[in-house]
Write a protein that binds this ligand. Structure first.
Ligand code: BTN
Length: 322
């Protein structure tokens, strides 16, 4: 962690900290602490200074914290997981892919405060500004090889919905295959990448991006979006809590998926389906039909003029007709 991040992390409890104690924790002089605090202060960071008491953070900060996230993992997750929390990374999916080559950990997880080359589905850029959202990737070994993968990306969508619901969000929905929506706007995206097959297991990188505090975006975002702060303003959203809930739910859901397949999730997915009964077309093929929900393998069914069409995940997506 950078020294300025460490300083903020110490101050994030909102209590008074003397200049001397801060200097000691960081291994620098009191003047260096004072200079660093001056650099940190800005529109989002207000720090109060009182002679004889020291410094106190007035703004509410939502910093990523490795130990807090680990403490929030369920017993079974904690024993299987290695967690890396970074300030900056190109893409957490790329990082976990690199870790997989050398780590023997059952589940390797990377979370970053910012991504410089965040990736979305279908070659899109995933806007990843610092400090605002969640960029999370989990490298998991899945029994059964590539053939077992159909349906996995939908299962992760359910896990993200369940995690957000457990923290107080109502009305979250899914758009096939795995966009997480609120009020018809994108709240979270999932990117699943494969690393390879080994002894009957496949290593899968599950990447999850969730908009948390973001209230403006760059030009790269070309679809309606929303963040948790706007979707449920009465909840104080803390990224550490959301990350732990998503990991707990995802590992649990993947375990069930390995044993029972997508059929065990079909009715839950159908209950959250935002496309059911709407007029749709496939992109790029342009097949037209009415949304009829997912089948037991996770493929999407369209009621077309000349019968039912099955749409499989991959590079195909569904668009609403105007
Ligand atoms: C989508 O297009 O809907 C998928 C977006 C996935 C974004 C996440 S953020 C963490 C992980 N790292 C990436 O580069 N992408 C995924």
């Amino acid at each position: 962690m950078r020294k300025d991040q460490t300083l903020l992390s110490i101050l994030s409890d909102g209590e008074w900290h003397s200049g001397e104690a801060l200097a000691q924790s960081l291994g620098v002089s009191r003047t260096a602490v004072w200079k660093q605090l001056n650099r940190l202060m800005g529109p989002d960071v207000a720090i109060e200074r009182v002679r004889g008491k020291g410094y106190r953070l007035l703004s509410h900060l939502d910093l990523l914290d490795h130990d807090r996230i680990m403490a929030l993992f369920g017993e079974s997750a904690r024993s299987r997981v290695s967690l890396e929390v970074l300030d900056d990374v190109d893409s957490t999916n790329t990082r976990v892919m690199q870790l997989g080559k050398r780590s023997g950990d059952e589940v390797s997880i990377c979370v970053a405060d910012r991504q410089t080359q965040g990736r979305g589905r279908r070659g899109r850029v995933w806007s990843s500004p610092a400090g605002e959202n969640i960029y999370l990737s989990m490298g998991v070994r899945l029994k059964g090889g590539f053939s077992a993968l159909e349906g996995l990306s939908l299962v992760v969508g359910i896990a993200v919905c369940r995690a957000l619901e457990s923290l107080g969000l109502d009305g979250v929905a899914l758009k096939w295959p795995n966009d997480v929506l609120f009020d018809s706007r994108k709240l979270a995206g999932i990117l699943i990448e494969l690393q390879g097959e080994l002894e009957g297991a496949v290593r899968v990188i599950v990447g999850v991006g969730i908009n948390v505090h973001m209230n403006r975006v760059d030009a790269a975002v070309d679809q309606p979006w929303i963040s948790l702060d706007a979707a449920a303003p009465s909840v104080t959203w803390q990224r550490n809590d959301v990350i732990a809930a998503v990991v707990n739910q995802t590992l649990k859901a993947i375990g069930q998926f390995e044993g029972e397949g997508f059929a065990a999730f079909q009715s839950d997915w159908r209950a959250r389906d935002s496309l059911l009964g709407t007029s749709l077309r496939t992109d790029p093929e342009g097949v037209q039909g009415i949304g009829a929900g997912v089948d037991a393998a996770g493929a999407y069914l369209l009621d077309a003029a000349d019968g039912q069409v099955t749409v499989r995940a991959g590079e195909l997506s569904l668009r609403r007709n105007p």
